[in-house]
Design a protein around this ligand. Structure first.
Ligand code: ADP
Ligand code: MG
Length: 287
């Protein structure tokens, strides 16, 4: 590899919105046989909108409760919930976020509040009755991501959100398949929701209900395919680091940016095609 060829390509990439930390990844890109995408915010727009609020047990304002807690989270789901509630929030203390699961805290100084997925509710020992479970399953079949809200000692509601697939994903999907590169999604969301959201992309292999560390383990076990990982958010840092090439979406957190080999600014996923084309060209110049 001539340093000059790499320098030129790195600069071309930069002009397109691809920030490359180490020019060598352009030479290495040709080896990639498998691309792993994070779902939320990478394949999807990352701006989930609330599509349904289901309330159980009483008259507590579940959106208000959830928003009061979620203001302490940087997760896209949290942001949507917070932006949907414009009134005054309640004081919350002892906040603890569990990456890939949700968040909990104490509201008004005394009441426990937990907001997150089904596993989190199980971990906290909340009783999930059949009606709630049935709703949860039927909502999931709509492709909704369902966030459960528990207050004091019981589940009080489900907030459902929908996040659509980025318009530019189709082109990337076709491009990767044409080049015999495997496509997988790694998500903390459940299988039912993910398979509905990605129903038009049948060649995608779905790995669901994963913790951030489990995502990294899957990348590791596929290392013979020179896996590339694209992700955003604090949650994806371990898998970005584990990947042969780790690419962070530009709106990602500082940690993800530090961990990645490259960054696509403005979270523009279509830059992946551009990246591969520039990489190929670099190689031609080298040879
Ligand atoms: P993804 O892999 O799709 O980016 P995450 O690993 O960030 O998803 O989160 C997995 C799941 O955990 C989410 O679908 C959601 O159910 C739950 N979750 C994570 N963080 C939060 C939060 N701050 N508030 C509510 N739910 C959360
Ligand atoms: Mg994510």
């Amino acid at each position: 590899a001539t340093p000059l060829a790499i320098l030129i390509s790195t600069s071309t990439a930069f002009k397109s919105g691809i920030l490359i930390k180490e020019g060598t990844i352009l030479e290495n890109a040709i080896k990639v046989r498998s691309v792993f995408f994070d779902k939320t915010g990478t394949i999807t727009e990352g701006v989930p909108s609330i599509v349904n609020i289901k309330q159980y047990n009483g008259d507590v304002d579940i959106l208000k409760l959830a928003a009061s807690l979620e203001r302490y989270s940087r997760h896209v789901i949290a942001k949507s919930i917070v932006n949907s509630y414009t009134d005054e929030l309640l004081p919350v203390s002892d906040v603890k976020e569990i990456p890939g699961y949700g968040i909990c805290g104490v509201v008004n100084g005394i009441d426990r509040i937990v907001v997150g997925n089904l596993s989190l509710m199980k971990d906290y020992g909340f009783d999930i009755d059949t009606k709630i479970l049935e709703d949860f399953e039927s909502f999931s079949r709509n492709g909704w991501t369902n966030i459960i809200v528990a207050h004091k000692d019981r589940i009080i509601g489900i907030i459902s959100l929908f996040d659509s697939v980025r318009g530019s994903f189709r082109d990337i999907y076709d491009f990767l398949l044409k080049n015999n590169i495997e496509i997988s999604v790694l998500t903390g969301d459940i299988y039912e929701t993910t398979s509905v959201v990605l129903k038009d992309f049948e060649k995608i292999k779905i790995y669901s209900s994963l913790t951030p560390l489990q995502k990294a383990e899957i990348i590791k076990s596929n290392y013979d395919k020179y896996p590339m990982m694209l992700g955003d958010g604090i949650n994806d840092a371990p898998s970005l680091k584990q990947a042969f090439i780790g690419i962070a979406m530009g709106k990602g957190t500082d940690i993800a940016l530090e961990t990645a080999d490259a960054v696509f600014i403005n979270s523009d996923i279509s830059l992946l095609k551009r990246f591969f084309l520039i990489a190929r060209k670099t190689r031609r110049v080298i040879m």
